[in-house]
Design a protein around this ligand. Structure first.
Ligand code: NAD
Length: 361
């Protein structure tokens, strides 16, 4: 097959981790007989430096001409909140997600077998394994609702943030969750606050309707507060979790923490037709940028998600994940996940070890 991949290398450690992911993509292409063409796309602080804005004109069009987008990370103190919006990297991230219509954010939280002791959870809980997929609605809810701020006569300043959802928005992300569950352990847990919020009551009714369409998938409702507790008490009970934007923002960070390291976790943002966007969950880590210290595994695992969800090539995805697991099982670590006495390697060497494993698998 031939694939065209847009590369947004970004800022800080972004270019370093994308380099290693590209090496892995090339190794997969060679092993399975694919051809990959890369298109470099400028976005983030580096774009501000080069052309004066973080989201240069034509960025979305360039990405739409590709089959998938791989993003390292953007941001850094140089382009902080004091800068005008069009120069801030975060503005570009929101814009690209919106312009590509990426309404579902997929965040797996997997405790890799060789890393079980990295989990902050109790040993007996971690040993049961964690392999959940958080599906977060990404373009609606309170983060995109109308905001207001006004002076009152007797209560000082007052603000509102509107949380709004339509049936259509809920249905499309809900459907994604059920489809994903069919590829996994066939269980969907829908997270809401239906005992309080009207948007949650609509969410729940749409999800119940969908559940009837997927009788082969086990379904349950979970209240968001209970979900937050269950993720630390017994995360192994979950397969696919689906929830609205703000709940998903918070719960996906919680779920990633219980697996031990942000340097290991990939993510995907997908829509209906435009290319999916694949990126590590971590940021640009300016504190270690340019020092060959960054862990490239989250970005490498993002390419596995790309093969699985954008290219429908589970075999290649499995191969990448197995290569990562093999390297970790052999005891190789980057500094962020190493315990005293373990074999520590830099970004480039970790990438090379994973490529070597891919060849022999
Ligand atoms: P961060 O994820 O960049 O770093 C947090 C800590 O984790 C740092 O100590 C860093 O060194 C470490 N770390 C992160 N990724 C690592 C890796 N791959 N290997 C080894 N160590 C790693 O979060 P932050 O410090 O809050 O943010 C830094 C910048 O990144 C900010 O400008 C922020 O806005 C941006 N950011 C971007 C994205 C994105 O591009 N999607 C996401 C989050 C934060």
């Amino acid at each position: 097959m031939e694939y065209k991949i847009a590369l947004i290398r970004g800022d800080g450690i972004g270019p370093e981790v994308v380099n290693e992911a590209v090496g892995v993509l090339d190794a997969v292409a060679e092993k399975y007989g694919h051809k990959i063409q890369y298109v470099d796309v400028l976005l983030g602080g580096c774009a501000t430096d080069a052309v004066g804005k973080s989201y240069p004109d034509g960025t979305a069009e360039k990405c739409k001409g590709c089959d998938a987008v791989l993003l390292g990370a953007v941001g850094g103190p140089k382009w902080g909140p004091d800068k005008p919006a069009e120069q801030r990297p975060e503005t570009a991230l929101l814009a690209i997600r919106k312009d590509l219509g990426l309404y579902a954010n997929l965040r797996p939280a997997t405790l890799r077998p060789a890393m079980a002791e990295a989990s902050p959870l109790r040993k007996e809980t971690a040993e049961k394994g964690i392999d959940l997929m958080m599906v977060r609605e990404l373009t609606g809810g309170v983060y995109f609702g109308k905001r207001d701020r006004y002076e009152t006569e007797d209560r000082g300043m007052e603000c509102t943030d509107l949380m709004a959802y339509s049936e259509k928005e809920i249905e499309r992300v809900g459907r994604r969750a059920f489809e994903l569950a069919r590829l996994r352990r066939k269980k969907v847990s829908s997270v809401d606050k239906a005992n309080v919020l009207e948007t949650s009551r609509l969410w729940r009714s749409v999800m119940h309707r969908l559940a009837e369409e997927y009788p082969d998938v086990q379904y349950e409702d979970v209240l968001v507060d209970n979900c937050a507790m269950q993720i630390v008490r017994d995360p192994g009970q979950f397969d696919v979790l689906v929830t609205e934007n703000m709940f998903g923002d918070i719960l996906s960070d919680e779920a990633s923490m219980v697996t031990g390291s942000i340097g290991l976790l990939p993510s995907a943002s997908i829509g209906d037709s435009a290319p999916g966007l694949y990126e590590p969950i971590h940021g640009s880590a300016p504190d270690i940028a340019g020092q060959d210290k960054a862990n490239p595994i989250a970005t490498i695992l993002s390419t596995a998600m790309m093969f699985r969800y954008s290219f429908q090539r589970p075999e290649e995805a499995d191969a990448i994940e197995k290569a990562v697991d093999a390297v970790l099982s052999d005891g190789w670590r980057t500094a962020d996940i190493a315990k005293p006495g373990e074999k520590v390697v830099g970004t480039r060497e970790m990438g090379r070890l994973i490529r070597e494993q891919l060849k022999v698998l």
